[in-house]
Design a protein around this ligand. Structure first.
Ligand code: FES
Ligand SMILES: [Fe+2]
Length: 339
């Protein structure tokens, strides 16, 4: 019998620091749709478990990514968000980098024969495209395709390239990112937490498979359900759900050991892109289901904090995804507990 992770893993600040260096820095992280980075100068500045990064398409057409940190005294160069620029000027002391990361000016620095601009470029990180999605990685331990594993085959028939990203939503809640992940990778909680969703699917036929980087969940829709009955979670922290007329992706990003943000992008088929009401309604229904999970995650996290919980058994029928996530997590972090 498999049991849940011990609560220490969810509540200990030092474990979050270990996760940042051993897990979030070494795995490919979903940044968003390629459409945000199509034009020269366009950039996406974002946060990976507290590590600031920026992806930018240079005037030479090449997509690059950097640590979003000035080489001088470490200021964040570009505020989180999207935009367009030709050069990157540090807001602190006005050092200027070009869009290939080379330091071009260090104004008022003064004479120092040991200092030369070419020794202080921005620190590059890895960036790669898979289909129409952009991923970045600080220190990859695997190729992106290796990390994606079974994801490629599972999404073969999904016309991702034909979808257009129309909206981004960020939602935050107070629970450890693994409390939320455990919750996302099982459908066991649907009857308890999502009664309308439960009524609209044949729950007896809900199936979960977990292997090679992918947890795949399926259920036949009984009634008019906006989902198409296919939900995916990919190691270590992104999701893709199909709905009628499109799909959403999300990245589960820890903001601390007890706070998490979900970065959602909503994509629609071309046929629906002009239908403002359809899009707004679909996005609202998706986010409503997402938000239904926050309270139970918060309450569960609080029970872990209080020391009032000891690991319980995981369901062989419904919690294979939880076992898969926790097994892979433990391979990386398990031996680090208590450090
Ligand atoms: S920290 Fe960027 S110029 Fe000083
Ligand atoms: Fe849920």
């Amino acid at each position: 019998m498999k049991t849940n992770l011990e609560s220490d893993y969810y509540i200990t600040p030092s474990i979050f620091s270990t996760e940042r260096s051993k897990l979030f820095s070494t795995t490919w992280q979903l940044l968003g749709p390629l459409s945000l980075l199509e034009n020269p100068g366009s950039y996406v500045s974002d946060d990976i478990a507290g590590i600031k990064v920026v992806a930018i398409r240079g005037q030479d057409g090449i997509l690059r990514a950097f640590r979003n940190v000035c080489r001088h005294r470490g200021a964040q160069l570009i505020a989180d968000g999207i935009g367009s620029c030709r050069t990157i000027r540090c807001p602190y002391h006005n050092w200027v980098y070009d869009d290939t990361g080379v330091l071009r000016h260090a104004p008022w620095f003064g004479g120092d024969s040991d200092f030369s601009l070419d020794q202080w470029p921005l620190q590059p990180i890895h960036i790669q495209q898979w289909r129409n999605l952009v991923f970045i990685c600080i220190e990859p331990h695997q190729l992106l395709l290796e990390q994606l594993g079974d994801t490629e085959g599972a999404l073969d028939d999904v016309l991702i390239e034909d979808y257009q990203c129309v909206d981004e939503h960020r939602v935050e809640f107070s629970a450890n990112w693994k409390v939320y992940t455990d919750n996302f990778v099982e459908g066991y909680h649907i009857p308890g937490i999502h009664p309308e969703f439960y009524a609209a699917i044949d729950f007896e036929k809900f199936s979960t498979t977990a292997d090679k980087g992918l947890v795949s969940m399926r259920a036949p829709a009984k009634e008019d359900l906006f989902y198409t009955g296919r939900w995916y979670w990919m190691w270590p922290n992104w999701t893709l759900s199909l709905f009628n007329g499109g799909m959403n992706t999300s990245r589960i990003n820890p903001l601390g050991h007890d706070r998490t943000e979900l970065i959602y992008h909503f994509y629609f088929e071309q046929d629906h892109c002009e239908d403002t009401e359809f899009k707004a309604n679909t996005i609202a229904r998706n986010l409503e289901v997402v938000r239904q999970d926050f309270q139970i995650c918060f309450d569960t996290h609080q029970n872990y904090v209080s020391g009032n919980y000891h690991p319980g058994p995981l369901s062989p029928r419904h919690e294979q995804g939880v076992m898969y996530f926790q097994d892979r997590y433990s391979l990386i972090i398990g031996t680090e507990k208590g450090n």
